[in-house]
Design a protein around this ligand. Sequence first.
Ligand code: F0G
Length: 420
Amino acid sequence: MSLNLSAEQPAVPDDADDGVWLECIECGDTFAPFEDVRYTCDACDGLLEVRYADLPTFDDFEGEGVWRYADALPLAEGVTIQEGGTPLYEVPRLEESVGVEALRIKHEGMNPTGSFKDRGMTVGVAVAKELGVDRLACASTGNTSAALAAYGSRGGMETLVLLPSGKVAAGKVAQASLHGARILEVDGNFDACLDIVQELAEGGEAYLLNSLNPFRLEGQKTIGLEILEGFRADYGTVPDRIVLPVGNAGNTAALYKAFRELVQAGELAEDDVPKLTGVQAEGAAPMVEAIENGADEIRRWDDVETRATAIRIGNPVNAPKALPGIRETGGTAVAVSDEEITDAQRDLAGEGIGVEPASAASVAGLRKLRAEGIVDDDERVACLTTGHLLKDPDAAAAAGNDPEPVPADTAGVLEHLQEN
Ligand code: F0G
């Protein structure tokens, strides 16, 4: 299997372009990266990964944001809105109440459109230009559509987004709308939207920019590279564990790929690779089920429900890349309730960090695993928060304080403050 941590650097095939090629994770077939549009393997329909003849070292990285890591990416530059370079916040009160040696929050909500999706789109939309396509499309629980709309318009391309009707948070629809995407509201859940958009893409209607697209995950690798650089700068060592919310498991796959490449390049010892720990909502937890059952494949959940609409997903398409990542790094997966998610959202807000519900799942999961003794008290942990509070203003208002009506004079306001 090519996805284990000790995999050798593969031989460079004839179809490589400037040392870059696509390889099927199932059968190993290789393809030229920028000649034809392709999302999965021609031979066996397996997922594809981008491969490189030369893997960079940390010394090769310079500059800011996602493109600091250009040597680890398939192109030298992207369609950019200055994504990446997000904060790695200290959270002393939360660190103490969870009970770990160190806790940092990598807040991806601080990207240009307010989620980690921007890191994938800066690469994916640039590849779309390289391929010469004119229309871009995605299915989305919201954030992917917001990012695609913004990066598509930045790149001067038409965008089409398919959203599950009534299940996308208001901020995300507003973004897709203003950035000029055509928004198709589908009477079905996210997985149904993805089935449709995949068929449209196969039929040549548009270029698919869901995380099934291997180029998008290259951009998302930079989350892992930034976390490692941040921990090395502050603690002199990499984190023991990275906890992240899981929907399609794209980030889980991307972080694992980043670590595999660092191991191959001799930049990270196999024993030091952070334990990838995925968190899902109880009402949408097929990855957790597969990890708990030791299964190689996930069972698609047809009925999914959670307040964390961003991860309301029953068929994580990147599971074949992500399951080995969780297992090989000694990580795990855990499901949390909507109440635990909201509590964690309040905990983060109490440290000044505003996140949408799906993002808070990482902290809720860490708290649960620590309470169960699966996470030790001497661990240094990074939690990923994937999207900004303003993405889902309704969830924030429901979790927070209610406004108090007062009269329009100071005496009335003072009276109200004294009485309540
Ligand atoms: N957190 C947020 C805020 C998300 O929007 C998503 C995915 C995830 C976590 C899960 O990430 O798929 O890499 O495991 N949102 C997609 C979308 C599905 O359409 O915006 P993953």
